[in-house]
Design a protein around this ligand. Structure first.
Ligand SMILES: C[S@@+](CC[C@H](N)C(=O)[O-])C[C@H]1O[C@@H](n2cnc3c(N)ncnc32)[C@H](O)[C@@H]1O
Length: 148
Protein backbone atom coordinates (compact mmCIF):
# COMPACT_ATOMS: atom_id res chain seq x y z
CA UNK A 1 0.00 0.00 0.00
CA UNK A 2 1.20 3.51 -0.79
CA UNK A 3 2.02 5.78 2.15
CA UNK A 4 1.14 9.42 2.77
CA UNK A 5 2.05 11.97 5.43
CA UNK A 6 -0.53 14.64 6.36
CA UNK A 7 1.06 17.57 8.20
CA UNK A 8 -1.55 19.39 10.31
CA UNK A 9 -4.46 17.06 9.56
CA UNK A 10 -7.12 18.98 11.53
CA UNK A 11 -10.44 17.12 11.47
CA UNK A 12 -8.91 14.26 9.39
CA UNK A 13 -11.30 14.85 6.48
CA UNK A 14 -8.54 14.69 3.85
CA UNK A 15 -6.65 11.81 5.52
CA UNK A 16 -9.83 9.73 5.88
CA UNK A 17 -10.71 10.29 2.21
CA UNK A 18 -7.34 8.98 0.91
CA UNK A 19 -8.34 5.34 1.20
CA UNK A 20 -5.72 4.11 -1.29
CA UNK A 21 -2.94 5.21 1.10
CA UNK A 22 -1.82 4.32 4.59
CA UNK A 23 -1.86 7.87 5.95
CA UNK A 24 0.22 9.08 8.88
CA UNK A 25 -1.76 12.10 10.05
CA UNK A 26 -0.16 14.54 12.47
CA UNK A 27 -1.59 17.38 14.49
CA UNK A 28 -1.13 18.98 17.89
CA UNK A 29 -4.59 17.74 18.83
CA UNK A 30 -7.03 15.17 17.52
CA UNK A 31 -10.21 16.58 16.02
CA UNK A 32 -11.72 13.62 14.23
CA UNK A 33 -12.00 9.86 14.19
CA UNK A 34 -9.30 8.15 12.10
CA UNK A 35 -10.48 5.44 9.70
CA UNK A 36 -8.52 2.13 9.71
CA UNK A 37 -6.11 3.27 6.94
CA UNK A 38 -5.11 6.34 9.04
CA UNK A 39 -2.61 6.45 11.90
CA UNK A 40 -2.93 9.63 13.94
CA UNK A 41 0.12 10.98 15.78
CA UNK A 42 -0.32 13.79 18.27
CA UNK A 43 2.37 16.47 18.56
CA UNK A 44 4.40 19.02 16.65
CA UNK A 45 5.46 17.60 13.29
CA UNK A 46 8.62 19.73 13.31
CA UNK A 47 9.75 17.94 16.49
CA UNK A 48 9.16 14.43 15.14
CA UNK A 49 11.45 11.84 13.61
CA UNK A 50 9.32 9.92 11.11
CA UNK A 51 10.35 6.48 9.95
CA UNK A 52 10.25 5.18 6.40
CA UNK A 53 9.51 6.84 3.09
CA UNK A 54 6.34 8.41 1.70
CA UNK A 55 4.75 8.41 -1.76
CA UNK A 56 2.83 11.57 -0.88
CA UNK A 57 3.49 14.35 1.62
CA UNK A 58 0.85 17.05 1.88
CA UNK A 59 -0.15 19.90 4.13
CA UNK A 60 -3.26 22.02 3.94
CA UNK A 61 -3.28 25.50 5.51
CA UNK A 62 -0.92 24.41 8.30
CA UNK A 63 2.76 25.15 7.68
CA UNK A 64 2.01 28.90 7.51
CA UNK A 65 1.19 28.81 11.23
CA UNK A 66 4.85 28.08 12.05
CA UNK A 67 7.72 30.54 12.23
CA UNK A 68 9.97 30.82 9.19
CA UNK A 69 13.06 29.69 11.22
CA UNK A 70 11.23 26.53 12.35
CA UNK A 71 10.25 25.78 8.76
CA UNK A 72 13.75 26.39 7.39
CA UNK A 73 15.36 24.28 10.10
CA UNK A 74 12.99 21.31 10.11
CA UNK A 75 11.07 21.02 6.85
CA UNK A 76 14.05 19.71 4.78
CA UNK A 77 14.32 16.71 7.15
CA UNK A 78 10.66 15.83 6.49
CA UNK A 79 11.00 16.40 2.73
CA UNK A 80 13.94 13.98 2.62
CA UNK A 81 11.41 11.22 3.42
CA UNK A 82 9.65 11.66 0.09
CA UNK A 83 10.33 8.65 -2.11
CA UNK A 84 11.83 9.17 -5.56
CA UNK A 85 8.91 10.01 -7.85
CA UNK A 86 6.83 10.93 -4.78
CA UNK A 87 4.56 13.99 -4.72
CA UNK A 88 4.51 16.98 -2.39
CA UNK A 89 1.37 19.14 -2.25
CA UNK A 90 1.11 22.25 -0.09
CA UNK A 91 -2.04 24.32 -0.05
CA UNK A 92 -1.90 27.72 1.59
CA UNK A 93 -3.11 31.27 1.16
CA UNK A 94 -1.48 33.53 -1.40
CA UNK A 95 -0.17 36.96 -0.46
CA UNK A 96 -3.44 38.37 -1.87
CA UNK A 97 -5.24 36.98 1.18
CA UNK A 98 -5.74 39.90 3.54
CA UNK A 99 -7.89 38.26 6.21
CA UNK A 100 -5.45 35.74 7.60
CA UNK A 101 -3.19 37.29 10.20
CA UNK A 102 -0.54 35.74 12.43
CA UNK A 103 0.94 33.51 9.79
CA UNK A 104 4.18 33.18 7.90
CA UNK A 105 3.82 34.21 4.28
CA UNK A 106 4.73 31.14 2.23
CA UNK A 107 4.03 32.97 -1.01
CA UNK A 108 7.67 34.07 -1.18
CA UNK A 109 10.82 33.04 -2.99
CA UNK A 110 12.63 31.69 0.14
CA UNK A 111 9.89 29.05 0.54
CA UNK A 112 9.72 28.18 -3.17
CA UNK A 113 13.52 27.79 -3.18
CA UNK A 114 13.41 25.51 -0.12
CA UNK A 115 10.96 23.24 -1.97
CA UNK A 116 12.97 23.26 -5.21
CA UNK A 117 16.20 22.51 -3.39
CA UNK A 118 14.79 19.64 -1.33
CA UNK A 119 12.29 18.13 -3.77
CA UNK A 120 12.44 19.29 -7.39
CA UNK A 121 10.71 21.40 -10.01
CA UNK A 122 7.89 23.36 -8.47
CA UNK A 123 4.46 24.08 -9.96
CA UNK A 124 2.64 27.04 -8.43
CA UNK A 125 -1.07 27.58 -9.02
CA UNK A 126 -3.26 30.37 -7.71
CA UNK A 127 -7.00 30.12 -7.31
CA UNK A 128 -9.80 32.26 -5.98
CA UNK A 129 -12.51 30.40 -4.13
CA UNK A 130 -15.67 32.04 -2.86
CA UNK A 131 -16.69 30.74 0.55
CA UNK A 132 -20.45 30.94 0.89
CA UNK A 133 -20.48 30.53 4.72
CA UNK A 134 -18.28 33.57 5.35
CA UNK A 135 -19.28 35.51 2.22
CA UNK A 136 -15.63 35.91 1.43
CA UNK A 137 -13.25 35.08 -1.43
CA UNK A 138 -10.14 33.10 -0.50
CA UNK A 139 -6.94 33.55 -2.47
CA UNK A 140 -5.31 30.15 -2.57
CA UNK A 141 -1.80 29.06 -3.39
CA UNK A 142 -1.19 25.46 -4.40
CA UNK A 143 2.39 24.24 -4.62
CA UNK A 144 3.13 20.86 -6.17
CA UNK A 145 6.52 19.16 -6.56
CA UNK A 146 7.67 15.74 -7.68
CA UNK A 147 10.84 14.28 -6.17
CA UNK A 148 13.41 13.66 -8.88
C1 LIG B 1 -6.17 25.72 9.56
S1 LIG B 1 -5.96 24.11 10.25
C2 LIG B 1 -6.07 23.09 8.79
C3 LIG B 1 -6.51 21.72 9.10
C4 LIG B 1 -6.67 20.77 7.89
N1 LIG B 1 -5.40 20.51 7.25
C5 LIG B 1 -7.66 21.31 6.91
O1 LIG B 1 -7.28 21.67 5.77
O2 LIG B 1 -8.84 21.38 7.26
C6 LIG B 1 -4.23 24.04 10.67
C7 LIG B 1 -3.85 22.83 11.51
O3 LIG B 1 -2.44 22.69 11.53
C8 LIG B 1 -2.03 22.29 12.83
N2 LIG B 1 -0.60 22.64 12.99
C9 LIG B 1 0.01 23.81 12.66
N3 LIG B 1 1.33 23.71 12.91
C10 LIG B 1 1.56 22.47 13.41
C11 LIG B 1 2.73 21.79 13.85
N4 LIG B 1 3.93 22.37 13.83
N5 LIG B 1 2.59 20.50 14.29
C12 LIG B 1 1.37 19.91 14.32
N6 LIG B 1 0.22 20.51 13.91
C13 LIG B 1 0.32 21.78 13.46
C14 LIG B 1 -2.99 23.03 13.76
O4 LIG B 1 -3.07 22.39 15.03
C15 LIG B 1 -4.31 22.95 12.96
O5 LIG B 1 -5.07 21.82 13.30
Amino acid sequence: MKTALDLGCGDLKEANSLTEYHVIAVDRKIEGVPLPHVTFIEGDYFDMEFKGEFDLIYSDYSICFNRRERIEENFPRILSLLRQGGILIIRDFSSEEKVVQKRTNLDEEWFFELLRKNVGTLKIERKEVYEENHKHTHHLLIMTCQKV
